[in-house]
Ligand binder design. Structure first.
Ligand SMILES: [Ca+2]
Ligand SMILES: [Ca+2]
Length: 236
């Protein structure tokens, strides 16, 4: 077990993690620097992990388990060595066998400690990269919406749909612009974030911002125009 496990950690895992940390922290060109983070995060998405669980989370947990195992092993080996030394009759080899085992377990422990530290850094860098990307995306969205006065148009549409002027849109108010009951239910499922059965202005605006991310500006424009026209037609 030891003869297989230690070389894997020391020859592959630790240098691999060290290489990733250097890459993700030091390469000045963002599109290249972000490749490992993007691959890790995309892998997590592909296997359907929830948003706050990353692929690197599992690696860190496994590394932490290895750390604990080696810590316990190191303590056990040290105890065995001290026990040997304390025996009244000295052993033939002056406890050299136990001492060698103790040294090896210490070496293993510090190697897995370094490995855990590096995998932790990889994880933090991957999470940071994703947060940075989301922030940049969100900023670009808001900038675009402000520049094109889309918030103004969304808010005008909201007011046109809000027949009872209570500041939220319920099913029947949304029904004016949204097709069948089934698709309207799906629409509420996705966009009514607090499950209040009503859309507030934020939830409504977020729908258009997400639409912009998924389908682009043209689609936002078409939906806004179509819904605004329909809302005006129905209320006149
Ligand atoms: Ca209302
Ligand atoms: Ca709501």
């Amino acid at each position: 077990m030891q003869t297989f496990y230690y070389p894997v950690v020391s020859n592959y895992l630790t240098p691999g993690a060290f290489f990733l940390v250097l890459w993700m922290a030091l390469i000045p060109i963002p599109s290249i620097r972000l490749i490992p983070a993007n691959v890790l995060n995309a892998a997590a998405k592909k296997v359907g992990l929830p948003k706050n669980l990353k692929f690197s989370t599992f690696v860190v947990v496994l590394s932490a388990l290895m750390f604990v195992m080696e810590f316990l092993d190191m303590n056990a080996k040290e105890k065995a060595y001290l026990q040997c030394k304390s025996q009244a009759v000295q052993s033939m080899d002056n406890c050299a066998h136990y001492r060698a085992q103790k040294w090896r377990s210490e070496r293993n422990f510090y190697m897995v400690a370094l490995h855990l530290f590096l995998e932790g850094l990889v994880h933090l860098l991957a999470v940071k990269a994703e947060n940075d990307q989301e922030t940049a995306q969100y900023k670009a969205q808001v900038k675009y919406f402000v520049e094109k006065n889309l918030f103004g148009r969304v808010s005008a549409l909201f007011n046109a749909l809000d027949a009872d002027s209570n500041g939220t849109l319920n099913f029947s108010e949304m029904h004016k612009v949204h097709g069948s009951d089934k698709s309207l239910h799906e629409f509420f499922d996705v966009n009514d974030k607090d499950k209040s059965d009503e859309l507030d202005t934020t939830e409504f605006a977020k729908y258009f911002m997400n639409l912009y991310t998924r389908k682009g500006e043209k689609c936002v424009d078409i939906v806004l125009e179509h819904w605004t026209k329909t809302a005006q037609k129905k209320s006149s």
